[in-house]
Design a protein around this ligand. Sequence first.
Ligand code: DC
Length: 232
Amino acid sequence: MESKKITIAIDGFSSTGKSTIAKELAKKLGYVYVDTGAMYRAVTYFAMINDYVSTESLNEEGLVKELANIKLKFVFNPEAGFSEMYLNGENIEKQIRGLEVSQLVSKVAAITDVRKVLVSQQQEMGKDKGVVMDGRDIGTVVFPDAELKLFMTASPDKRAKRRYKELLDKGENVKYEDVLKNVQTRDHIDTTRSDSPLKQAKDAIEFDNSDMGLKEQFERVYNITQRTIGEA
Ligand code: DC
């Protein structure tokens, strides 16, 4: 008998390795993986290149008026083994991962109209279950009825070190202090914004992975998932 498909919500702070775990889990279960952070990053990239946002300014009204012209799509890249983000037909995967977008994304993600549009697209993507979705508000807002909710945390220092290494590996010229500052600033904005702030859902399982390797983490998450699917 085919096992029942469930909805898996993975929330938590930035650079906690959420997406690595979520991606691997989706692959092993044959589920769809949705990286909701990539969607907020894509809207931010659009806002950035069209001068709606910069470190000094934010033209919220202008950006909101343009929302209908922002078409987002995930396209699976078989060579990379994961889906890449397309904005109005253009692959912007590389652009949305840089420090520039990272520094502006929390501002854009705090706009209620941006959240409304993206949340509704996410709900549509997950309506048939069999989905692993990672973000900040998946267990609290997007899918409050998800059968399995995980909340990932790790110390800011550990997360900044991981992120710093990732950026260096990608050839970005960054300073550790700037990456740490970015992690701390984003934590602050993400947890204190008035619309859908990052917080642990009451029924979420917390995972502090400051001192846990990926393999151990994945095994634990996978065991919990199997148990939850068995009980669904
Ligand atoms: O997961 P990430 O670092 O790629 O997310 C980028 C930003 O988008 C993050 O600072 C917070 C925001 N975000 C959000 O507000 N809600 C989500 N569901 C996902 C991301």
